[in-house]
Design a protein around this ligand. Structure first.
Ligand code: DVN
Length: 296
């Protein structure tokens, strides 16, 4: 999904916003809390060299990442172009990608599926250490199209490299539609123990309008899934807004119960805390017992 690209944009924007913020605070002379504003997504056009990037990733995946997979990268790309080109930039329904997804059949091993929402930063660290867990971005589709942006234009048979609309501007945004179809297939594939990583430092850690909340959750099959293991993670410094017993996570648990899923929920997963401590080793939450005894 649009991750690293957002990170780069967000990093750039953060510098801009911080600079502006510093100027405004200095000017006003008022000590203001550093409010974490929602990132502005600067609309951009189709990722340059998208064909070379996606095809290169495809060949890399079927050769090095998952050599067992039998997919034809040329066929996948051709089906992708057929789905997107010649359509207006807001009119690519998820169904248009059906032929492409048929060209990239994939099955995941049970007990490895990891779903997530609003925890993008932690997911990369988590899957780097929990190597047995498998996210959508580890599938061929997710691997090929992660971080890319694309849209077509009716009057032209090429991609629109000038500008693509925001997801919210379209009923059938080409990027959102591909991720919806990929998420639906991923959710239907999920089996055994499924892990769900949610962010307890925001309101609506479980958001019914998110991709997890609106597509993957409804694609899970209680006959295939043995347990849904929810992990709620909060920033080390908080805020501590939601948890297994507070807020929208409770709604998720009610939905799982009503649909016949067995579930667990944890607010303080040790691996996730350690992962956060890697980035903030001096944080009080990261002091081991030895450290605290040494401090006396
Ligand atoms: O379970 C995962 C994964 O398997 C996939 O199925 O979707 C689930 C995560 O999607 P989500 O539940 O919508 O969670 P997020 O964190 O809101 O969005 C996931 C990614 O889509 C993020 O990289 C979002 O970029 P962001 O917000 O971190 O800069 C990206 N995204 C969400 N809404 C977007 C968007 N990118 C562009 N435009 C939007 N409107």
């Amino acid at each position: 999904m649009v991750r690293r690209r957002c990170l780069e944009q967000r990093a750039k924007q953060r510098v801009t916003m911080a600079t502006n913020f510093r100027i405004s605070v200095a000017a006003s002379g008022v000590l203001a809390l550093c409010m974490c504003v929602a990132p502005l997504r600067t609309p951009s056009g189709t990722t340059p060299n998208i064909k070379h990037i996606a095809m290169g990733r495809c060949f890399n995946y079927i050769t090095l990442v998952n050599p067992g997979i039998r997919s034809d990268c040329e066929e996948i790309w051709q089906a992708f172009e057929e789905a997107v080109l010649g359509q207006t930039s807001c009119d690519v329904a998820a169904e248009r990608y059906r032929r492409m997804f048929r060209a990239m059949p994939q099955m995941g091993a049970c007990d490895r599926f990891l779903l997530w929402s609003k925890t993008r930063m932690l997911i990369q660290d988590y899957t780097a250490v929990a190597r047995d867990l498998w996210t959508l971005e580890d599938t061929l589709a997710g691997y090929m199209f992660n971080d890319l942006v694309w849209c077509g234009q009716r009057e032209d048979s090429d991609f629109n490299f000038g500008s693509c609309p925001e997801w919210s501007a379209c009923l059938h945004h080409p990027v959102n539609s591909l991720w919806r179809q990929a998420s639906k297939i991923f959710g239907e594939m999920a089996c055994g123990n499924v892990t769900v990583l949610l962010n307890g430092s925001i309101e609506k850690a479980f958001n019914r309008n998110s991709m997890f909340g609106s597509v993957e959750l409804d694609s899970l099959n209680p006959l295939r899934v043995r347990y849904v293991n929810i992990k709620v993670v909060t920033n080390l410094d908080g805020p501590f807004i939601e948890s297994c017993t507070k807020g929208s996570v409770v709604d998720l648990i009610h939905i799982l119960q009503a649909r016949g899923f067995r579930w667990t929920c944890s607010d303080n997963d040790r691996i996730l805390t350690i992962l956060q401590c890697v980035r903030k080793p001096d944080h009080s939450a990261c002091r081991t017992r030895a450290d605290s005894q040494a401090v006396k």
